[in-house]
Design a protein around this ligand. Structure first.
Ligand SMILES: [Zn+2]
Length: 310
């Protein structure tokens, strides 16, 4: 196959860097993962370069344009990164530095935008005209796809759902909102992320457990874990009701570690009806079909097939 029919994507996460080459029909031609160098920007650039070289060698191509998905966003005026929870990226011109190191064009998008793009194309929401993609994991983020394309705002902020205040708070939630790393209190990320669920369980008098263990104990009938899980589901439902009222998507697709919680899909749509400003809501809530690979598949899709021949 000609190299021009292939796409190259990299998902730059806080702990792993995943890379993929997609061929015709979105077939995986090559894929690799490496550890993210911790807190070291120059080493991160070098690791991406080595990963790309290895992928292209395996696929028998060179100089494919590169799509990168990563938490945070690019400041439109300066092209520098901001709001990344991998904080060594913030303030850095990541796309320009990668273009220099790799001698090719580079596009960067938020990791939730990439998840949403992938799932809207050939994933759980294939064919939907409007999709809100959500990552519920160590962090919380969102991305909006309309007619197959990411919605680009003038500030590069579309989908910064994780740093909106929890809507319709209960009295106790309003009294003691957790402090977010961004400097605000009560951001959705502090309530809905895995560490957010763990912190809530501790506040209720539970022991220090990760989200997976809390859900397992809730399913085994442990009362306190059940209360933590139910409170989390109610918060997710309110946060999604806000999105439905704002952009009314056909589908909401969930990725990230907490997307495995099956109660999301059975319980949240029952609860969000209390807050959405209409009856008979048609929005579908779905787990990401491509799972962990959605981010990297979406990054590869940042370059449309018809522009890869340059
Ligand atoms: Zn925040």
């Amino acid at each position: 196959m000609k190299g021009s029919a292939m796409r190259l994507g990299v998902d730059l996460g806080g702990t792993k860097i995943a890379g993929i080459v997609l061929g015709e029909g979105d077939r995986v031609v090559a894929e690799r993962r490496v550890d993210t160098p911790s807190g070291d920007y120059r080493a991160t650039i070098a690791a991406i370069k080595a990963l790309v070289d290895a992928l292209e060698s395996e696929a028998g191509v060179e100089r494919l344009p590169l799509g990168i998905g990563t938490p945070g966003s690019v400041v439109p005026g300066t092209r520098r990164m901001r709001n990344a929870n991998s904080q060594c990226l913030n303030g850095r011109p990541l796309a320009d530095d990668l273009q220099c190191a790799l001698a090719r064009e580079v596009r960067i998008a938020n990791d939730a935008d990439c998840l949403a793009l992938s799932e809207a194309h050939d994933g759980a929401a294939a064919g939907a005209a409007s999709v809100f993609g959500v990552i519920l994991g160590t962090g919380v983020g969102g991305g909006v796809i309309v007619e197959g394309r990411p919605l680009r705002g003038c500030n590069g902020l579309v989908g910064e759902w994780g740093h909106i205040n929890l809507p319709w708070p209960t009295a106790s939630e309003a009294r003691q909102p957790p402090r977010c790393w961004c400097g605000l209190d009560g951001c959705l990320e502090t309530w809905l992320s895995g560490p957010g669920m763990s912190a809530d369980h501790l506040r209720r008098g539970g022991s220090r457990l990760d989200a997976e263990e809390i859900v397992a104990r809730a399913e085994a009938g442990e009362r306190l874990a059940g209360a933590t899980l139910r409170a989390w589901l109610r918060r997710v439902a309110r946060a999604m009701a806000l999105v439905i009222n704002l952009i009314d998507p056909e589908a909401i697709v969930v990725g990230g570690g907490l997307s495995q919680i099956r109660w999301l899909y059975s319980e949240v749509p029952k609860i969000w009806t209390e807050h959405v400003f209409a009856d008979g809501i048609e929005t579908r809530l779905l787990p990401a079909l491509h799972g962990d690979a959605s981010g990297v598949r979406g990054a590869a899709r940042l370059w449309p097939m018809d522009t890869t021949t340059a």
